[in-house]
Design a protein around this ligand. Sequence first.
Ligand code: CP
Length: 316
Amino acid sequence: MTKEREQKVIWTRKDLLGLEELSKEEIELILYTAEGFKEVTTRQIKKVPALRGKTVVNLFYEPSTRTRTSFELAAKRLSADVINIVPESSSVTKGETLIDTGRNIEALRIDIIVVRHNCSGAPHILARSVKSSVVNAGDGWHEHPTQALLDMFTLKSKLTRIEGLNVSIIGDIAHSRVARSNIWGLTKLGAKVTVCAPRILIPEGIERMGVKVTDNLDEALKDADAINILRMQFERDEVLAFPSKIEYFKQYGITKERLTKCKKDIIVMHPGPINRGIEMSSEIADGANSVILEQVTNGIAVRMAVLYLVSHAKRI
Ligand code: CP
């Protein structure tokens, strides 16, 4: 995005809850802001004072390695104070509601709550109940906006643009908040998105989100500039409806053999954690086309941008 264009966009949102409600310009503003913070993350002293005096609370009701850690690092690199609340060892175990937890945290004079929850819409309820900013770190099957933003940031840094790219999202679309956020973001930025999965893992009506749908992996790979491979969520019962993990890998697993039929420089992404030998072979996960660890690294700059923007939102 050009500087001229960026200056026309003003961030006014207290919260970041999803990409569905964001305009193309707002998404571009986050990616543009993240570019500046990416430079900060490469310095010897990886710190700027942008959020000095502010406090960020990580409130994760579901397990996380990448998202929680990179939100913590992002906040620290902006000079914010960070508190991590683990529901299993908090008063949530005594029955305290999400709203009460949020209001009590807010009474401690904090500024931003980053929340992950197994219920779709939980961050939205929290955002309506507190004056602090709320950032969605993944809610049920609904959205995972910062994951999609870091996926798009990585794509743009590898291929210089999003508009016109063919991006295929492969795997458990039905249960995937990553898929939904990517679809909203990529289509708004002008990419052509295909979703590919066994029929049982494709939600009805997904075409209405402006994507092409197929259960044929070769078709999804044929013209793809990038593939985003989703995790099979074996912790959810419905996934067991697929005959077996071996059968899934045979039909939908990304292998070296399959990749040789794709564009030579195809970008391979995965939000993690990977099930090696199910969604893809290890030689693909660790191979030359994989940007999986770059995605993780870029997550810090993208989350710095989100924390910065919600904290400096112009209230109108
Ligand atoms: N991609 C992602 O959300 O990973 P974590 O569950 O480890 O945060």
